[in-house]
Structure formats: C-alpha cells, structure tokens
Design a binder for this molecule. Sequence first.
Ligand SMILES: [Zn+2]
Length: 311
Amino acid sequence: MAESTVKHSIDNLSELEEKQRIIDGNPFCYLKINDTRELKLVESRRKCDLCQKSRKFFCYTCYHPVLSCKYYPRVKLPIKIDIIKHPREIPGKSTAIHAAIIASADVKIYIYPDFPEIPNKEETVLVFPGKDSTKNINVKDLFIRKEGKDDTSEERIETDLLWPIKRAIFIDSTWHQTKSIYKDQRLRELRCVVLKSRISQFWRHQKDSPRWYLATIESIHQFLVELHTCAIGMDEDYEETIKKYLDVNDIIKNTRYTNYIHQYSGINSEELMQKYNGQYDNLLYFFKYMFEHIHSIYNRNQLKAYKRPLT
Ligand SMILES: [Zn+2]
C-alpha cells in the first residue's frame, strides 16, 4: 500500500478508532504481568501426566500444567469462578484454561451439560449480558446493601461482607454458541452482570462479533478488577498509570514503553485486602505471551479479529 493511501485512511479514522489504534500498539503495558520471556525459553513439548498427550505449556483437555511451576505465576482470587464451556468450543482455542492453570484453587471448568452446583443464587452471578437488558446490572450494583444491614467499615473488611458474592459463572464459547447455554433455566435464575466497556485483544476472529466481545480470560480479569475496585478501591499510582496510558497525547509523547516486570509469586490473603494494584493482572500471563507470539508471526493489519467493529 502506498504511503499516501495509508495516511489518507488514518485521517479518516474516527477519534475512537484512532485512540484504539494507539492502545492496540501495546495493550498490556500498564498491567502488572510477569515477564513472559520465560515462556520463550520453553522449547520442547512434554507429556501430560494425566492423558499422556504431548503438550507445550498445559494440557487443554485435562486443565493440567505440563510446565514446571517456576515458569508461570499463580493468582489467588477473592471468589470462586466457574466456567461453562460449550461442548463444541475447540479446546486448544479457548482461553478459559489460562484461568484454571493460573488460579487453579479458585477456578473450575465444566463442559455443558455438566454444570456447577449453585448452592446460593443470591451469592452467585452470571457474567453475561442477559436478554432483558433492563434486568442487567453492573458490578457496582452488587454493592448496594439492603437496608438494615450493618455497613461499618472495619468490621466489613474483617468479614465475608467485603465481597457481596461468592461465585461468578462465565460462559466459554464463541459469539454464536453462547446463547444456547444461556437458555438453561438454572442460569436464567441468576443475576446477570455486564462489564464496563473494554476492547478485546483476542487474535481469534469470530464472525459477526464486535470487538467488545471479550475472550473468557479477559472477561474474568475485567470482572475481578471491577469487583476488587468497588470493594476496596484502586491504588492511586496504579490508577494514574492507567489514566496516563489511556490519554492518547501522553502515549504519543511517551513512545517508549516499559513493561512492568513484577515477579509476583502468588497473592497472599493480605495482598488481597489491599487496594487494587494489579493483583489479578497475571491472569493474563499466557494471554499476553500468545498475543505477542501471534503478533510476531502475523502482521496485525492482516488479522481479521482486529478489524471487527468497535461498537
Ligand atoms: Zn492431559
């Protein structure tokens, strides 16, 4: 393509597209994700202990790591996450497994019609835009307390009351498959939570889906960041970094990015009680690595996934 044509098309981009184009240049730079270069050192494949199949980092049919734990971070979550996979979703293409490996104590995957137990509907939500949009709620709505409940600060932090739910369910499937699982009556009885707008960085193209349709691991991360921020708040420095990052002018001025290289060895319960400063960002560890890997092989402009509409 001639240079003048490129310039012409950039001039025509709407402000939103222009901003997104800059963010897309380095979408993970404000997140506290361990250095993924470790994974590049892994060359050989190994046998999964459970099914004996040859895998690289983890076994996507057994949800079991084949890598030594020194190669990837672990994350402790404040609530349990259940993921219901569509039976026809291709295992190797799903990002749900990333959560099951990195937060193995708190994440479980079910293949539909296998289904998680829901002991308490009040303490469980489905993170999915329900059919009746008037009934959908935001994460912050979970924190609206019923009258008469004690809300004194220190006591709240010491108790379970800090987290208004104990369990969140996600559906792992393509844009078209999701609706068939959502029809299940057991899910219909749950409150549906919609996330704040976020643009996906997933490289996998899905016909007709907009770019705000997130990969499962992106949704889980976004949900937990919102939940944590509503419960405890966000660390000022962390928030400042995001704001700077999202300010296009600042990004243009600072064309050299530095990635956070924080080696979290896992989150302890004390860190879970601090203001949000990246505690769950490592959930995107494999996602970031794969994003970079795909982008090193293909020219981004040729990847259909990023040509989907933003709105
Ligand atoms: Zn296996």
